[in-house]
Ligand binder design. Structure first.
Ligand code: F6R
Length: 609
């Protein structure tokens, strides 16, 4: 949901800003812009273009045209005002003195705009952000930080802001509330960025800004302030992500690269946590996982699907009641949470606003918050009581893959750990499950090495307009993810159904040639899954099945085509089962000529409600 970058140093700013934006484009890609202080004219030079960053970059010859050592840049996912040059950021005050890049939403922008218009301030865009630029200029009397402080007392909503003023070209101002923003410390230069990938090339030393904090960046360093505008000291954090982890490394798409990286990501996630036949999670206080009477899982999108699988695993293994809720619904449903409730918050980015709001509601009600997060130092991680990091490395493609599988593996490991602690699992079952975790990455490699088979199935079915995924229990949760993956990147209409629900309405949509992807990896329910395949076949459906090696032959007798995964413990079936579905979605989208890494209307990090 919009990417922000800012640079102040001794090198030419524009190429650095454009390169940084190229790493943030996954956050929004309907327009882009930069504002720099032009040393020749001693004024701000602002360049914006609707469309992908490439349009802007080509127009500016990679930034070589702009003579400046300070600036801010933005890549946009439109909320207020359609994608257009005028609505792109940076938004500039009417005199051209103040330029602002913004990620988030200013909720009371309409009333502030009305006030400013009454004072005669002319507006040129439909954005909420322009109000911030105009308001800063309205209050500006020679001290930029003070003017920003006055604006912050009046605006409501979520914002990460990067601010440049033509009167003070030796500084940038950064502000953060409910939208991510980090600050980078380089040699004779400093940075603002929505996430670390934008500045990894230049520095690994960062400050994570807290809500309500401001910062003044100069070439010499960074001074941070709390919400009362008092100077504060912050700890420098070292980022350990490798720069090439955020690059395509020869692959055509980030999504494919990230699918292929999954075995390695799982090894990184699991190996340090399974030692000498025991599960060693992070250093939780001894009581943290004790006396739990209820578990709430909250998440959005694919992370929510992980939570759906988690519910099955946790209830079966621990016998604790579990409810999985959408982050966007949780705070509106008057949730039942108390100090004996473990609230598991799942998020790749750690910045999803709805998930964050659910976390805060759960905290307000007294729950114990444990998050499963990929991005170190992200807002959700920092606001949780305890964090389990997935260590999947940077995930750039909008459609999640390696974050999903590592979240799932980690949640399953947690279920096992809880069951062990509560004594609801026999020793032999516990050790058999742990062995399965250790075998998981190799088994996933086997699936990936046979990816040509899946490519072949994609070539048979990529022309369909509507595809149903069906399955029961674990396979239903898996179907939800398979269906989401397919629709979000290939734009094929797709639905996932609990197989037993089909005959309560949806089966009327099945006609000759309708493609049904029938999931039947869960051994316990295989016979039921077979009946559902027969049911849809007899109404004319083409069935592409996904099952385990041991059931291939049986399934092949009735399905039109069969994909398989190696046999593995139930706990890890969805983790393996999702891989052929990710590959299927990828190849279908490829054959339909879709923009796989940046599907239309989407952005990776959803920081608006
Ligand atoms: C789908 C996808 C999204 C995210 C969702 C939550 O491929 O990536 O559905 O899972 O937006 O994002 P996080 O996990 O960052 O909270």
């Amino acid at each position: 949901m919009c990417g922000i970058v800012g640079y102040i140093g001794r090198e030419q700013a524009a190429p650095i800003l454009l390169e940084g934006l190229s790493r943030l484009e996954y956050r929004g890609y309907d327009s882009a812009g930069v504002a720099v202080f032009d040393s020749q004219t001693e004024a701000l030079a602002v360049h914006k273009a609707k469309g992908r960053l490439q349009v802007l970059s080509e127009r500016l010859h990679g930034g070589a045209d702009l003579d400046s050592t300070v600036g801010v840049g933005h890549t946009r996912w439109a909320t207020h005002g359609a994608p257009s040059d005028a609505n792109s950021h940076p938004q500039v005050s009417h005199s051209g003195k103040i330029a602002v890049v913004h990620n988030g939403i200013i909720e009371n922008y309409a009333e502030l705009k009305a006030f400013l218009m009454e004072q005669g301030v002319p507006f040129t865009s439909e954005t909420d952000t322009e109000v911030v630029a105009q308001l800063i200029e309205y209050f500006y009397q020679g001290d930029l930080l003070q003017a920003v402080g006055r604006v912050l007392r009046r605006i409501q909503g979520a914002y990460a802001l990067g601010i440049l003023c033509a009167d003070c070209p030796d500084q940038l101002v950064a502000v953060r509330k409910d939208s991510p923003l980090i600050l980078g410390l380089g040699e004779d230069c400093t940075f603002i960025a929505s996430d670390v990938t934008a500045i990894l090339r230049h520095t690994r030393r960062v400050y994570y800004m807290e809500d309500g904090e401001l910062a003044v960046l100069t070439r010499e360093g960074i001074q941070c302030f709390n919400h009362l505008m008092q100077p504060i000291e912050k700890e420098v954090a070292a980022v350990d992500w490798e720069i090439d982890a955020a690059e395509k490394g020869g692959y055509e798409h980030f999504m494919f690269k990230e699918i292929m990286e999954q075995p390695e990501a799982l090894r990184r996630c699991l190996s340090p946590r399974i030692r000498d036949g025991e599960i060693v999670l992070e250093d939780f206080p001894p009581d943290f996982l004790r006396d739990i009477s209820r578990i709430c899982i909250v998440a959005c999108g694919s992370s929510y699907h992980v939570g759906m699988v988690g519910k099955y695993h946790l209830e079966r293994l621990t016998r604790i009641p579990v409810e999985t809720s959408l982050g966007s619904e949780f705070r509106y449903m008057d949730p039942i949470v108390d100090q004996h409730t473990l609230v598991i918050v799942i998020s790749q980015s750690g910045e999803t606003l709805d998930t964050m709001a659910a976390l805060r509601e759960a905290r307000r009600l007294g729950g114990r918050i444990l998050s499963i997060v990929n991005v170190v130092g992200s807002s959700i991680a920092r606001e949780s009581d305890q964090v389990l990091y997935t260590w999947a490395g940077p995930e750039i493609a909008v459609a999640t893959t390696k974050a999903y599988t590592t979240q799932l593996a980690l949640l399953s490991l947690l279920a096992l750990k809880l069951a062990r602690a509560r004594g609801t699992l026999s020793d032999s079952e516990y050790h058999a499950s742990l062995d399965a975790f250790q075998a998981l990455p190799d088994k996933m490699e086997q699936i990936l090495s046979r990816r040509d088979d899946i490519q072949y199935f994609a070539s048979q079915y990529f022309n369909h307009n509507s595809i149903f995924f069906i399955g029961r229990n674990l396979d239903y949760a898996l179907g939800l993810e398979g269906s989401l993956k397919l629709k979000e990147i290939s734009y094929i209409h797709s639905e996932a159904y609990a197989s037993g629900e089909l005959k309560h309405g949806t089966i009327s949509l099945i006609e000759d040639g309708t493609l049904v992807v029938a999931l039947s990896t869960y051994e316990k329910l295989f016979a039921k899954a077979m009946s559902n395949v027969v049911e849809v076949k007899s109404r004319g459906a083409s069935v592409l099945a996904l099952t385990t090696e041991r059931r291939r032959e049986e399934m092949a007798r009735i399905a039109d085509a069969v994909m398989t995964i190696p046999d593995i413990h139930d706990l890890l079936l969805p983790c393996l089962g999702v891989v052929p579905l990710q590959l299927f979605a990828y190849y279908v989208a490829l054959m339909r000529g879709c923009d796989i890494d940046k599907p239309r209307n989407l952005a990776k990090s959803v920081t608006v409600e």
